[in-house]
Design a protein around this ligand. Structure first.
Ligand SMILES: Cc1cc2nc3c(=O)[nH]c(=O)nc-3n(C[C@H](O)[C@H](O)[C@H](O)COP(=O)(O)OP(=O)(O)OC[C@H]3O[C@@H](n4cnc5c(N)ncnc54)[C@H](O)[C@@H]3O)c2cc1C
Length: 493
């Protein structure tokens, strides 16, 4: 797997592109034309003394964005090591007969998420609006109610307005620097909601929407963290928890995984699949050695574009600094992320003036929604479900869900043509969570250890983003940031 020594001219070539890349990095952006300008020299550079300039761990949106930036800047001496036999990480398309897809991982983008939108434009991936025309069905006990929520989740504006106001004091990328950190990081979102005189009948709605937007029930989520998320959304809670003008507003044609698939196609054999990194040695020296299932790889800089909690699966030699280890250890690894897709011949609910959305109080459904393709040629209902309330056996789960859908939309719902069940907590060892539900006290204790590089290791992945951390947009931003850090560091070296 190691590369052979280069001719002397390669050293010269390397210095040339580093200079070029450094200028681009210092200017705050990557020069797109640089790739062509350096193409000839960069090929030779890859062979330099058996050591890559950069190794990227993880072929999710963050790692692939970083790799693409390096390539665009003219750097050719890098490789992406991915544990799975596919790219995309927490984005995953479920392929349906007829060439349709439904996303069973990350899928929506919304206002302010300009990094992922830009990436889509560059990769020529189209977007289309999420479907919400018509009435939402609310199921509770034996009851059924139809409401026209007009593209919102129907949360109380007085309470959400207070959250928006509070979020102004909590910088999204550094919540631990909030002037109110002591006061806010003591509380869970549930503690805070408990003091807001919310009517008992509205509690279930808050539980559902906060679980959807934050990845955990209000009692488990830190108020400081949740406010930092709202701060990312232009200090406007409604930009997080609605569909219209919000983070659930827009979808990608071909499913969100297509972004990673297209980036990987451009990167070609620089992306090595089924190559988990097991050990990283000498991160405090000039050359870092990574042990994978297919041999060793050596590099000057390593971009670690994986979830912080997954860093524990990698053995570091010497051990990482204590503060970094404590952050990784304390990072909540599991948040409820089970997503299902039920496929019908047609989106028949639309004929009845219904939008295909269901909220259920005290049942297995958190939220079901219309996830049909742009033209509505077939009908797809995706749902976030409560793991503990739905059998893990897909057939049993399917039958419970079709009964619920029939309660909402009638007997047509009993005849789906396909079903897919994606439990991210049980899939494999490489994505144990959806978005991280950070508990109270976490940021004030561990925040400072999130981003500082350790020797030649540069931390990336959505969790490290300055804004929209936890989202696809944050992943793309973190990839751009990591590639700039690496280019600057190599230039200095
Ligand atoms: C069910 C669900 C719904 C979501 N909904 C949305 C949404 O609607 N909108 C939104 O913006 N975001 C959503 N997200 C979050 C979004 O998908 C993620 O923020 C984003 O995809 C993270 O990208 P990443 O590159 O930072 O990390 P990942 O996608 O986790 O990529 C990391 C990669 O590293 C690999 N890896 C891990 N360990 C190793 C190792 N030791 N060696 C080699 N490779 C390794 C993994 O296999 C993975 O491919 C959702 C996520 C889930 C699961």
């Amino acid at each position: 797997m190691e590369e052979k020594s280069p001719p002397d001219s390669a050293n010269l070539a390397r210095r040339q592109w580093l200079k070029c890349a450094g200028v681009a990095a210092a200017a705050g952006g990557l020069v797109l034309g640089a790739r062509q300008a350096n193409a000839g020299t960069a090929k030779a550079e890859q062979k330099l003394d058996g050591v890559f300039d950069v190794v990227i761990i993880g072929a999710g949106l963050a790692g692939l964005t970083a790799a693409r930036d390096l390539q665009l800047a003219g750097c050719d001496s890098f490789v992406v090591l991915e544990a799975r036999d596919r790219v995309g990480g927490r984005t995953l398309n479920y392929n349906i007969e007829g060439g349709y897809v439904s996303e069973v991982g990350g899928q929506w983008i919304g206002p302010g998420q300009t990094a992922v939108a830009d990436l889509a434009r560059q990769m020529e991936v189209g977007t289309f609006p999420s479907y919400y025309d018509g009435k939402t069905v609310i199921l509770g006990g034996d009851g059924r109610l139809e409401l026209d929520l007009k593209g919102t989740f129907g949360t109380d504006e007085t309470v959400s307005g207070k959250l928006s106001q509070l979020s102004r004091d909590v910088p999204s990328g550094e919540p631990w620097k909030s002037p109110k950190v002591g006061e806010l990081d003591k509380l869970s979102v549930g503690d805070w909601l408990g003091n807001q005189n919310i009517k008992p009948e509205d509690r279930a709605g808050w539980n559902a929407t906060i679980t959807l937007t934050g990845g955990a029930a209000p009692a488990k989520m830190g108020l400081l963290h949740f406010l930092s998320m709202i701060n990312s959304a232009d200090c406007d809670y409604s930009q997080l928890d609605s569909i219209k003008h919000s983070a659930q507003e827009t979808r990608f044609v071909g499913g969100s995984q297509i972004l990673s698939i297209k980036m990987a196609q451009q990167l070609g054999d620089k992306v090595r699949l089924s190559t988990p990194v097991r050990q990283i040695s000498g991160w405090d020296r000039d050359v870092v050695t990574l042990r994978t299932d297919h041999g060793e790889v050596r590099a000057r800089k390593v971009i670690v574009a994986i979830h912080p909690a997954l860093c524990h699966q990698v053995q570091f030699n010497p051990p990482l600094p204590e503060k970094r280890v404590a952050l990784q250890r304390a990072w909540p690894a599991h948040s409820p992320a089970r997503k299902t897709a039920m496929v019908y011949r047609r989106p028949f609910w639309r004929d009845k003036g219904l939008n295909g959305h269901i909220f259920q109080a005290n049942g297995p459904l958190i939220w079901a929604f219309d996830n049909s393709p742009p033209g509505g040629e077939i009908g797809i209902i995706n749902a976030f479900v409560v793991n503990a309330m739905l059998p893990s056996d897909p057939d049993a789960a399917k039958s419970i869900l079709t009964e619920l859908y029939a309660r909402a939309w009638g007997r047509d719902a009993l005849s789906p043509v396909a079903y897919h069940d994606q439990d991210w907590g049980r899939m494999d060892s490489w994505s144990i969570t959806c978005i991280s539900a950070i508990p109270p006290g976490f940021w004030s204790t561990h925040g400072e250890a999130l981003r500082p590089p350790c020797g030649n290791l540069i931390w990336s992945g959505t969790e490290t983003a300055e804004i929209w951390a936890g989202y696809m947009d944050g992943a793309v931003r973190s990839g751009h940031q990591a590639s700039l850090q690496v280019l600057n560091a190599l230039r200095r070296a």
